[in-house]
Design a protein around this ligand. Structure first.
Ligand SMILES: NC(=O)C1=CN([C@@H]2O[C@H](COP(=O)(O)OP(=O)(O)OC[C@H]3O[C@@H](n4cnc5c(N)ncnc54)[C@H](OP(=O)(O)O)[C@@H]3O)[C@@H](O)[C@H]2O)C=CC1
Ligand SMILES: Nc1nc(=O)c2c([nH]1)NC[C@@H]1CN(c3ccc(C(=O)N[C@@H](CCC(=O)O)C(=O)O)cc3)C=[N+]21
Ligand SMILES: [Mg+2]
Length: 300
């Protein structure tokens, strides 16, 4: 193995520390406490873990944290009513509606009900449009975390060949926009891409957001490339015992690490950065709501 392992866990802890000191200053100088509300509909066990981590780290950063759990059988109108209540709540600066929502709901309608200023996921259509046109917006947490790690490694991304595998609204497309804004040359690959391995081999920066366990192998990677593995896949781990699981990325770690110059591990890579960026976005939203200067280095 030759690649440098990018320590997302340590990077994220550093960001949370910075967020924490800004929060302490807001409290001391202005008596303001940033607040994040998470709306969780249904009982998806993987989501539960994620929501618990978020709540814990929000409180550790000195912020106010609320979780609103709703039964999977509630109506779309009830979720919308919850969002509208949070929109109107002055204690709350950030709202996250955990996706996916139960299939009987239209998640676009629910997400677009969130006040754009409180949309710390950056999924509201007006934030999507602002990002796409290069204007100030709330930036989706996972792509923002990836961008921070890339800027840290490269300094400038100008002229780098970046390939994003996956075109979802929550990862692939916003990642494309952020890389393009930083003047990388960006290709977006997806399930219809022809000769995807060759496309990936052209990448100085390879971002994998596919949702297919270990799909990207070492021979897809250009020697020395930087590989950002967004994938979070639960796969059976019989070696750990009957019915046990482990988490793997969209990249086959061992073979990719032999070829890449640097790679993010799963777990311990993009995941912790996502939560750190969620806290950073909540702080940013709070500063904007109170017409206070925004913290530097915590937004795109
Ligand atoms: N670490 C973190 O913080 C986060 C991790 N994730 C993880 O990232 C991964 C991606 O998530 P998300 O973007 O929501 O996933 P989606 O399922 O919404 O999108 C997957 C994308 O990958 C493409 N794709 C699927 N199969 C292939 C294939 N065989 N070859 C090429 N492209 C393919 C799809 O193409 P097409 O459009 O043509 O169907 C689609 O564009 C998941 O593992 C998810 O769990 C997600 C969010 C946050
Ligand atoms: N509205 C919305 N916004 C999201 O940002 C969102 C969402 N819905 N739905 C689900 C996905 C998934 N996601 C993760 C975030 C952090 C980790 C994370 O912290 N992972 C750790 C721990 C993994 C573990 O061991 O469980 C790691 O990778 O090291 C994982 C997954 C955010 N998502
Ligand atoms: Mg998805």
């Amino acid at each position: 193995m030759s690649a440098e392992i990018i320590d997302g866990k340590a990077f994220a802890a550093r960001i949370r520390g910075e967020v924490g000191s800004h929060v302490a200053r807001l409290k001391q100088e202005h008596g303001i406490v940033p607040g994040l509300a998470v709306v969780l509909v249904g009982e998806d066990p993987a989501s539960q873990v994620y929501v618990r981590n978020k709540g814990k780290q929000t409180v550790e950063a000195g912020m106010h944290s609320e979780e609103h759990r709703m039964d999977a059988s509630v109506s779309e109108a009830e979720v919308i009513a919850m969002v509208e209540r949070l929109n109107a709540d002055p204690k709350i600066h950030g709202i996250l509606v955990q996706l996916p929502l139960p299939s009987h709901m239209n998640s676009e309608i629910v997400i677009n009900t969130i006040s754009p200023a409180k949309d710390v996921d950056g999924f509201h259509i007006s934030n999507v449009g602002l990002l796409g046109t290069g204007q100030k917006s709330m930036v989706p947490c996972t792509p923002l975390g990836c961008l921070m790690m890339l800027r840290d490694r490269f300094g400038s991304l100008s002229g780098q060949n970046a390939v994003v595998v996956g075109r979802s609204n929550i990862v692939g497309k916003p990642m494309f926009n952020l890389l393009l804004r930083d003047s990388a040359t960006v290709t977006v690959a997806h399930s219809r891409t022809r000769d995807i391995e060759a496309v990936c081999r052209g990448a100085d920066i390879l971002v994998a957001a596919v949702g297919r366990p270990e799909m990207i192998r070492g021979d897809w990677v250009k020697p020395g490339a930087t590989v950002i593995d967004v994938g979070i896949n639960r796969v059976p781990a019989p070696e750990k015992g009957e019915g046990k699981h482990r988490i793997v990325g969209d990249c086959h770690f061992e073979s990719c690490a032999e070829v890449a110059g640097a790679i993010t591990p799963v777990p311990g890579g993009v995941g912790p950065m996502t939560i750190a960026c969620l806290l950073a976005n909540t702080l940013t939203a709070c500063c904007r709501a109170n017409r206070l200067p925004e913290p530097e280095g915590l937004t795109a």
